[in-house]
Every structure is written in structure tokens, then in C-alpha cells.
Design a protein around this ligand. Structure first.
Ligand code: GTP
Ligand code: MG
Length: 293
């Protein structure tokens, strides 16, 4: 039987159960996030449009509800789903339709790792178009207008800003990017991203939703690296990923890890990987000690 047919017949867990279901994801709300939220609210008066960045792999999970209630309810709000290079977007139109039902006025898809078609080039024209619906003409009479980029940690906010600056001003990095959550720690001074019209942008710290009420949402956020791994535990994250891949019939991992068949027990997968990389350690059992004695 081929690997593919084994995938079709395999039986998997229907529910994800863990004895660590009480993991307190909400405990990761460091002081800089609280301070950042206050700074963002204080800047609202001078902001014309909110650009919320989120991870395209989890379009329906983990967005911070405080963003809609406190920030976007009074300003036009664009949702940018970033990291599309890592996401399955076969249902793109469906995702968009669903998200447009909320307070969001437009949904865009971006990939900051790509050097050509990134989608980032659509952000500024979309923001300008949205302003036209409001008192845009009054705004145009002003010297400049400002956008604020918001989102949960490590989602690519600073990367999008640097791309925007590169596209519209042909200038280099203006704000720091890093692979771990919590790189941007405060609302930064305005960064120029376009000359004509004159547009500035505020980068903000990633603000985690203060209460992650669902265990699975917490695990999804952790797998997208918006939470620190140490808070959740790598073994738990790996187990949930395996459960999710099997549940959604995504079996590429079988070939990738050179397994003979899909597995539902993370310990078997980890054992296989350990053997593959020769990361096994011999340990003495009680019997070995008896033999030696
Ligand atoms: N694969 C992929 N990685 C991306 C993309 N955009 C950003 N990244 C990576 O994601 C990580 C976080 O990027 P940042 O721009 O620092 O994210 P941030 O939201 O500003 O993070 P904080 O300031 O910590 O909240 C970095 O390692 C980036 O290189 C993307 O479109 N695709
Ligand atoms: Mg940042």
C-alpha cells in the first residue's frame, strides 16, 4: 500500500485533549503592551486610518478584540493578512467575505518575503480610497495624513512599514524587525512612507489579546510565533500541530519527515526524528543494573 492510501485509511483523534488545557496564555501581557495600548489610544486623534496586520494562516483566530472596540470603531480600518507565503489561500474570497462582515472596510493579502508581487503596494491606494468616503477633502487640505499599524506580536507590522517606505519612497528600513515577538516596544514617532500625498505612519508594539479564552486559539497563536514558545511548551505545540494537520488531511509531513505512514502520536513522530538525526541517548534500565550486579 502506498503512503498516500495509508493516509486515506488512517484513524486520527477527533478532539484535541491535553492535561495542560489550563495553560494560562493570558499571563503573557507584559507591561510594554499595556503601555503601548495607552499610547495608541492617545495617538488616535491624529490618525486618519487604522491598518491592522494579522497572520494569513489564522485569519479567524487570535485578533485582539480591543482593537475594534477602542481603535477602529471611529476610524476607517483595513485588515492586512500578511505572511501569505506560508498560508493556504485556496479559500481567499471566502475569507475576505467573512472578514468584511465585521468593522473591517477592506481586506488585503501581503507577503513581505517576496521581492516582486508583495501586495503591500495596494495598502496606500486603498487607504486613500477609504478616506474619500469620509471627510477626505478636509484631510487633503491638511499638509499630511497619518496611518497607524496595529496587530498582535510578530505578525510583520514593522516589515510591512519598511516595505511601504521602500515602495513609495525608495528608502531603506526605518523600524526594527525580528523573529521573536516583542521587537517593537512602544508607539514610535511617525515614519514617512510617501511624499505625494505626504503620508506618515505610526509603528506600534504587538498587543496580545488580554484574554485568550480558547485553548486551541492560544496554540494557534503560539504556532504562528505570536506568543513566546516557552510559555506554551514546544512538545504541546508540536502535538497540536500534528493533530491539526491530520484533522485537515494535510499529509505532506509524512514524506517530509520520511515516515512510513501518518501518525497520530507525537511521541512516535519525535522518536522517528530523533533516530533520523541520531539524537538518541542510551540509558541504563533496571535490568542492565541487575545483569551487571
Ligand atoms: N514568511 C514570512 N515572514 C515574514 C513576513 N513578514 C514578516 N516576516 C517575519 O516575521 C518576523 C516578525 O516581523 P516584524 O516585522 O518584526 O513583526 P512585528 O509585528 O513588527 O513584531 P513585534 O514588533 O515584535 O510585534 C520577522 O522574522 C520577519 O522577517 C512574511 O510576509 N512572510
Ligand atoms: Mg515591530
Amino acid at each position: 500500500m502506498t503512503r498516500l492510501s495509508l493516509c486515506q485509511f488512517a484513524q486520527f483523534r477527533e478532539k484535541f485533549v491535553s492535561d495542560r488545557v489550563k495553560t494560562n496564555f493570558a499571563s503573557w501581557f507584559p507591561g510594554h503592551m499595556y503601555k503601548g495600548m495607552l499610547q495608541m489610544q492617545a495617538k488616535l486623534a491624529v490618525v486618519d486610518c487604522i491598518v491592522e496586520i494579522h497572520d494569513a494562516r489564522i485569519p479567524f483566530s487570535g485578533r485582539n478584540p480591543k482593537f475594534y472596540s477602542m481603535l477602529s470603531a471611529i476610524k476607517p480600518h483595513i485588515l492586512v493578512l500578511n505572511k501569505t507565503d506560508l498560508a493556504d489561500l485556496t479559500q481567499k474570497e471566502k475569507i475576505k467575505k467573512h472578514l468584511l462582515k465585521e468593522s473591517v472596510k477592506e481586506v488585503l493579502f501581503t507577503d513581505c518575503k517576496s521581492s516582486s508581487k508583495t501586495g503591500v503596494e495596494k495598502i496606500l491606494p486603498t487607504a486613500i480610497e477609504l478616506m474619500k468616503d469620509g471627510d477626505f477633502h478636509n484631510r487633503l487640505n491638511r499638509n499630511s495624513f497619518s496611518l497607524m499599524v496595529i496587530g498582535v506580536p510578530n505578525i510583520g507590522k514593522s516589515s510591512v512599514i519598511n516595505k511601504l517606505r521602500n515602495i513609495h519612497l525608495k528608502q531603506g528600513k526605518a523600524t526594527s524587525v525580528g523573529a521573536v515577538p516583542g521587537i517593537t516596544k512602544s508607539v514610535l514617532e511617525k515614519i514617512k512612507i510617501s511624499e505625494n500625498p505626504l503620508v506618515y505612519l505610526y509603528d506600534t508594539p504587538g498587543i496580545m489579546t488580554p484574554s485568550i479564552d480558547s485553548f486551541e486559539v492560544g496554540l494557534k497563536l503560539a504556532l504562528c510565533r505570536t506568543l513566546n514558545d516557552s510559555l506554551v511548551g514546544l512538545d504541546l505545540m508540536a502535538d497540536y500541530l500534528l493533530f491539526w494537520l491530520n484533522k485537515h488531511k494535510k499529509f505532506k509531513y509524512v514524506n517530509y519527515l520520511e515516515l512510513n505512514e501518518p501518525l497520530d502520536d507525537i511521541r512516535m513522530v519525535l522518536l522517528h526524528i530523533a533516530k533520523q538525526f541520531n539524537k538518541v541517548q542510551k540509558i541504563k534500565t533496571a535490568e542492565d543494573f541487575q545483569d551487571a550486579g
